[in-house]
Design a protein around this ligand. Sequence first.
Ligand code: AMP
Length: 299
Amino acid sequence: MSVIVVGSTALDSIKTPKSSNPRLLGGSASHACVAASFFAKTNLVGIVGNDFPSRYLNLYQRHKIGLEALQRVPGKTFHWSGEYEVNMNNRRTLATELGVFETFTPELPESLRDVPYVLLANIAPELQHHVLDQIRKPKFVIADTMDLWLNIALESLLKLLRRVDAFVLNDSEARQLTKEDNLPAALRKIHRLGPKYVIVKKGEHGSVLSSPAGLFVAPAFPLRKVVDPTGAGDSFVGGLIGYLASRTGSIDSNLRRAIVHGSAVASFCCEGFGLNRITKTTRPAIAERVRALEKMTCF
Ligand code: AMP
């Protein structure tokens, strides 16, 4: 079955202590779509300006990502720049230039309104609502977010949480949202806001799923060298929904394995700048990391 992803489509300028990489393909939707495309037909909802390089459109096409709902308009593509410290867990946003995102209204063609798997990747909650409004009977809806929306669009985000099956956020965002330092207490509060499934990402320490079946803890794939973690969270959730869409059976019976597939895909994202490394991986290479994760956690 197929997947639809709305999120940012960006040019990212990324600085690490070792190098500077201007205008890489980035954005939450780009990372998530590429990750999902390893498992299922994936459609991108986004917007780019006329400065968007055609080689990046070709990259989407190589991954067979549906571009029917990608708007191409005059103006500048969303540009984000960030800088990592030696400890790559610490990142600072240097600039966010909205460009064509300032006037973006996502419109889904008729052919995409029945897509069963919906990923509302990190973008303004109003836009996430707008996409969800246009989808008729989704089978599974998962939303991602970032601290910015907790700060400036909390009301809209809270409304969204009542409309989704699953919500993914990182541990600091879970603390900010619930004012709870204790993870089980925070999870309980987030469930009360609406989602049946809550997934808290803990960076290199993996993730925790809370569902009616209880808790599930998945490690991140241990990497000896992280080149650029930008988009790891987006790749995680993209891999997760792509895997779910590729399976028959219930969400409950597939979600744990989907999370482990998300972890495996996200590890490839961290091994290169932007999408450089992940675009070169393969299904067998992902499967090998899934098996390694399985071995690491079996007792
Ligand atoms: P992550 O590393 O998972 O936080 O995701 C990084 C991606 O988020 C980058 O590719 C950015 O282009 C994108 N991004 C940064 N700020 C925003 C924003 N305000 N809205 C949407 N996407 C953003």
